[in-house]
Each structure stands twice: as structure tokens, then as C-alpha cells.
Design a protein around this ligand. Structure first.
Ligand code: ADP
Length: 320
């Protein structure tokens, strides 16, 4: 089936604090992961989207697949590995209101994507009749050097026949051996990206500068056509129409203030979905950034990465 976009990465089980009962802590089960969150919001916004990952064959992997189908995501090509289980993370609320995350993902089947020729060929095949491939720094970080090379090679190959590549930096230092390894991989991804959706904090931690001018210089030398720099509550910076070493369009789009920010998890992921959905619908970069802000604005008013479907859709349409 032809799709507008295929998102590639890891989705995990999420256990979030949900009160207490009989002296025991209760945890609520959800499913999340940066590239998955973006795929779900894209589908909710009416984009034909698919998700590409690797799961186990346990009941939770089965539930996840069902959930993806319910969300309207195409799951063709997702491999289920017998006897295996997906990654898991627990959220803890700290006394100062911050949240911390504990991960059990080392054994996750997603980490073995593109480790074999067969798995790499499955992706290559899956990318036929797809307009955009979407990946993040997390997608890159969970893979071995060899598998990451395989993924980037497939993307470079399909790009030559017209597939566009969208990349979100999402730098998570704990996924990398050291900063150099992350820098090399992220630079290689930028070199094949048509659209880069970057967060200034992540750029600052990786490259020691999150200034838009420095980010743009890195993107320009990699030849990225369109760059969006997310900066939390500060204006979004967008650069496009890259020609002769220069971005001929450069704009800043204000982020409407959100009074009751409850949880910024997936702010960037949902922004990306809003931005891309608007671009696919033919909006200009300013309109797309405003749409991204609206999506993120809804998501950060609620707890968790994935806001309940009805609430998300109601609030998005109210915000327009
Ligand atoms: P990430 O989740 O990748 O760290 P950011 O924190 O930069 O990304 O946020 C992404 C988007 O979420 C912003 O561009 C903005 O639209 C929205 N956002 C984030 N924090 C706030 C905030 N405090 N108030 C309003 N909008 C916000």
C-alpha cells in the first residue's frame, strides 16, 4: 500500500505512576517511543502513515500491534521475534515535580533491526511507494554500528529514487558509547536528510552550541533543504529554500503561551507530526510551524506521550 510516510524506530511499554492501593503503588500501562508518538499523531491528523519496528510475540507485542491498527497505522513489515518481549520504561515522579525514567530496553528486538541482510531488505522493500521516511537520533542510537550503516545505506538508496528523509535529532547520551560516536552518526543522518526537525537543547549537548546560526551552518554544509529548530517556549526557527549554500527563507514563529503545562513528554514528537501534516497538505513553513505549535500545545497540557485520541482531536480542532 502506498503511504505518505513510514516512521522507523522503537516503541516501548510505558509504566506511569497511577496512585496507590493497599500500600502498593499502582502503575498505568501505555505504549510510547519518540518515532512511534510522531507516527500516531500523524495518523490522527489524517496522514497515511506506517510504523516500522521489531517486536516480540508476547501478549504486549500483540496488544501494541492491535493498538497501531486502531490508530490507523500501517504495520506491514513489522517482524515479531518468537520468545522475545519489547523494551520497557518506568516513570517516577520526583519530589521536585520532575520526572525520571528507568529503562529496560537492552534486550529489545528493535535493537536488532537491520542487523541482517534479510531485515535490511525488508525495509528497502517496505519503502517502495512511500513518499517520506522518518527516523530519529534514538532510531540511530539503539542500533549497532553495522546495523546503523545498513539503515543509512538503504535510506540513501531509496532517496536516490525520490523518497524524502525526515530526521529528528533526539540525542539521548545514554544510548551512545561516547559523544564522537553520536556526532558521526547524526552527521551521517543529516547528510541524507531532506527535512531536519531539531531541538536546540539536544544540539547544544551534542555540538556544544544550540544557536540557530550554528545549527543552520551544520545543516547547510550537509545540504539539508529544510530545517526546523524547536526551542521549547521560545519561537520556532525555520529555514527553507536552500540554494547556493544559503537558506533563502528564514523565519521565526512565536509559540503561543501555554499556561497549564502539565508534562512536556512528546512535545517535540507531536510538534513534528503537526508540522509535517501541514507541509504534506501544502501549507507554507510558517503555517506548518504554527500547526506544530498547536499540536504540541495540546499534548503538553496532558500527562503522557500519547494523549487520548478523542481529547487530542477535540482540542486540536478547538485550537484552530
Ligand atoms: P523536545 O520535546 O524535542 O525537547 P521542545 O521542548 O523544544 O522539544 O518543544 C517542542 C515544541 O513544543 C515547541 O516548539 C513548542 O511548540 C512546544 N512547547 C514546548 N514547551 C513549551 C512551553 N513551555 N510552552 C508552550 N509550548 C511549548
Amino acid at each position: 500500500m502506498s503511504l505518505q510516510i513510514l516512521s522507523i524506530g522503537e516503541v516501548m511499554l510505558e509504566l506511569a505512576p497511577a496512585g496507590e492501593s493497599g500500600g502498593k503503588k499502582l502503575l498505568a500501562l501505555g505504549y510510547a517511543g519518540d518515532t512511534y508518538n510522531t507516527a500516531v499523531y500523524l495518523a490522527r491528523l489524517g496522514v497515511t502513515a506506517g510504523y516500522f519496528t521489531r517486536l516480540g510475540d508476547d501478549p504486549y507485542s500483540g496488544e501494541l500491534l492491535q493498538l497501531m491498527v486502531q490508530e490507523g497505522l500501517d504495520i506491514t513489515g513489522i517482524e515479531q521475534v518468537p520468545g522475545r518481549t519489547p523494551g520497557l520504561y518506568l516513570i517516577a515522579n520526583q519530589a521536585n515535580g520532575e520526572r525520571s525514567f528507568s529503562f529496560w530496553r537492552g534486550q529489545s528486538p528493535a535493537r536488532e533491526m537491520f542487523a541482517t541482510e534479510a531485515s535490511t531488505a525488508t525495509l528497502e522493500q517496505r519503502l517502495q511507494n512511500i513518499s517520506y521516511a522518518y527516523l530519529s537520533g534514538v532510531t540511530l542510537g539503539i542500533l549497532t554500528d553495522e546495523a546503523r550503516g545498513n539503515l543509512l545505506r538503504v535510506l540513501a538508496g531509496v532517496r536516490a529514487r525520490g523518497v524524502k528523509v525526515v530526521f529528528d535529532n533526539n540525542y539521548r547520551p545514554q544510548l551512545w558509547r561516547d559523544q564522537d560516536q553520536a556526532r558521526n552518526a547524526m552527521a551521517a543522518a543529516l547528510a541524507i536528510a531532506d527535512i531536519a526537525l531539531l531541538t536546540d537543547d539536544d544540539e547544544a549537548r551534542l555540538w556544544n552550541s544550540g544557536e540557530p546560526a550554528d545549527i543552520l551552518a551544520r545543516c547547510a554544509s550537509a545540504g539539508v533543504g529544510e530545517v526546523v529548530i524547536k526551542r521549547g517556549p521560545r519561537p520556532v526557527f525555520v529555514a527553507a529554500t536552500y540554494r547556493d549554500g544559503y537558506y533563502h527563507e528564514q523565519i521565526q514563529v512565536d509559540v503561543p503561551p501555554v499556561e497549564s503545562v502539565l508534562d512536556t513528554t512528546a512535545a517535540g514528537d507531536s510538534f513534528n507530526a503537526g508540522y509535517l501534516a501541514a507541509r504534506f497538505a501544502g501549507q507554507n513553513i510558517e503555517g506548518a510551524a504554527a500547526h506544530g505549535n498547536r499540536c504540541a500545545g495540546v499534548v503538553i497540557r496532558h500527562r503522557g506521550a500519547i494523549v487520548e485520541r478523542e481529547i487530542f482531536l477535540r482540542e486540536i480542532f478547538q485550537a484552530i
